[in-house]
Write a protein that binds this ligand. Structure first.
Ligand SMILES: Cc1cc2nc3c(=O)[nH]c(=O)nc-3n(C[C@H](O)[C@H](O)[C@H](O)COP(=O)(O)OP(=O)(O)OC[C@H]3O[C@@H](n4cnc5c(N)ncnc54)[C@H](O)[C@@H]3O)c2cc1C
Length: 468
């Protein structure tokens, strides 16, 4: 990067917040995306506030320098791996939190993690009820940029459903506020769908390619303290699918529900069962592990009784092992990722959504590909809202085995193609989905036009959003 550009960036953020040191660049060359190759950027800046972010973008735009916005660096699909010779804009210094108690909302800077926000809100007996399992390092802004989900999503949906407005810096340095806060006289965030079309939604899931999110306004809810954990057994996939649908249809306060095939449950419990205190059990072909939560005990008791009745009406049985869902909820479901870390595996993940009634289709395709390529992997996921199920299958490989890694890359692309054909949809439009999405030409064209309009020089995370 040109010395004069570096000088201008240094003037904006201050000398200690710009780095071109190789050891620092190395740290920013990679992320939690273990299945993707690291790339060294030319420089990293750590702006203090929105104004500095805007000035940094103005300089980058003037010089056509590719920019990678970065928060927690915990994303798993290579979306925060920088461009060679590019600039990483690290937003972790934007750490303000403002509570609007009577508006039932909170505004956080881009550097605020889920854990920091949860600690803050707990003092007010409130929460934002969705927690990615990466909550300790993952930021609200980063999760909005990927439209993530996690425990809590079974009731409340993906993180998008929590968002009331965004402050975004565009590629040319313009600062835009969406939602009610666009009106400077508004008391704060209280409605997302203000001022016509949903411009907030444009940036959700945009993977840092349309603007840099500097603040996120979100709904808050009174914190739930009454939980029930249980496991429910079924002989067929269809019965397990029907059960999770009925939980939703009957408005049961299910915060987190997962369907496990017996063999996948055994695979995870082999690794973590003892730590979670899960007793040995002859698991049925399909198990639903569920956490139900309600504000009041009487509501919870009624929901629990209804869940039991629905399970039995469908021909299932209440297993009564509570440690698995309790471990998932209390440990924020780190089960799946920890199992891979514990073994030193790397992996490729393939996030997608299916309707719960089509759960078996994803599972069938995942196994077909794993078997064809002779790979180890899993089929895990969770109920993620009104009528969708969020899958995040992994294909594992040992990083010391380049042949196996190459096989995983091919299998991953093949799986994306097959899942698309089952009607599955991505919520992170990573490049490997493009083959399917290309068939939706008008959609991709519109996306391309929007990208061009907002970022005419193509500096923001080029190539990341569906290859745009
Ligand atoms: C152990 C583990 C568990 C995980 N569990 C979950 C889970 O349960 N649910 C889930 O959804 N994800 C999960 N993930 C993936 C990851 O945590 C999410 O993708 C997360 O949202 C990334 O947030 P981040 O702050 O780390 O963002 P980063 O990784 O820094 O960035 C993610 C993407 O957003 C862009 N971006 C970052 N900040 C901004 C910004 N301020 N403005 C615009 N664009 C920006 C980046 O360019 C990149 O494209 C997990 C990851 C790990 C390692």
């Amino acid at each position: 990067m040109d010395a004069s550009v570096l000088e201008r960036l240094k003037e904006i953020v201050g000398e200690q917040y710009l780095s071109t040191r190789e050891d620092v660049l190395l740290a920013y060359s990679m992320s939690a995306s273990t299945g993707y190759d690291p790339v060294l950027p030319a420089a990293v800046v750590r702006p203090a506030d929105t104004r500095e972010v805007a000035e940094v973008l103005r300089v980058a735009n003037e010089h056509g320098i590719p920019v990678t916005p970065r928060c927690g660096g915990s994303s798993l699909q290579g979306e925060v791996v920088p461009q060679e010779g590019g600039l990483v804009v690290d937003l972790l210094r934007l750490r303000d939190i403002t509570l609007f108690r009577d508006l039932r909302s909170v505004r956080v800077g881009a550097g605020v993690t889920f854990a920091a926000l949860d600690r803050y809100l707990a003092d007010h007996d409130l929460w934002v009820p969705i927690f990615p399992e990466s909550a300790l390092v993952c930021t609200l802004a980063g999760n909005v940029a990927v439209n993530g989900a996690g425990p809590g999503s079974s009731r409340y949906g993906c993180i998008a459903e929590m968002v009331l407005g965004l402050e975004v810096v565009l590629a040319d340095g313009r600062i835009v506020q969406t939602g009610t806060e666009a009106n400077p006289d508004a008391p704060g965030p209280y409605l997302r769908y203000a001022f016509g079309p949903d411009l907030t939604g444009l940036f959700i899931g945009s993977l840092g390619t349309l603007g840099i999110i500097t603040a996120v306004s979100l709904k808050t809810f009174r914190r739930i303290h009454h939980f029930d954990y249980n496991t429910y057994g079924f002989d067929t996939a269809g019965a397990a699918e029907r059960f999770v649908l009925e939980l939703k249809e009957n408005d049961i306060g299910v915060l987190f529900a997962s369907i496990y095939e017996g063999r996948i449950l055994e695979f995870f419990l082999d690794m973590l069962g003892e730590e979670y205190g899960v007793p040995q059990h002859d698991w049925p072909p399909y198990t639903v592990s569920a956490t139900i939560g309600r504000l009041r005990e009487d509501q919870l008791a009624s929901d629990v009784a209804l869940a039991r009745r629905i399970c039995e009406d469908i021909g299932g049985h209440v297993i009564g092992i509570t440690e698995l869902p309790r471990g998932e909820w209390d440990d924020r479901m780190r089960t799946f990722v920890r199992s891979s870390y514990a073994h030193g595996w790397h992996w490729r993940i393939l996030y997608h959504h299916q309707p719960p009634s089509n759960w078996h289709r994803s599972v069938e395709e995942i196994w077909a590909v794993l078997d064809e390529y002779g790979l180890l992997g899993h089929t895990a996921g969770f109920l993620s809202g009104h009528g969708s199920y969020n899958f995040y299958p992994h294909c594992y490989f040992y990083p010391t085995d380049p042949d196996e890694e190459a096989k995983v890359r091919s299998a991953h692309a093949e799986l994306a193609r097959r899942l698309f054909a089952t009607g599955a949809v991505p919520f992170k439009l990573a490049p490997y989905w493009v083959a399917g999405v290309e068939e939706m030409a008008p959609y991709l064209d519109l996306l391309r036009q929007l990208k061009r309009a907002l970022d005419p020089n193509g500096i923001l995370n080029p190539g990341v959003l569906g290859g745009l």
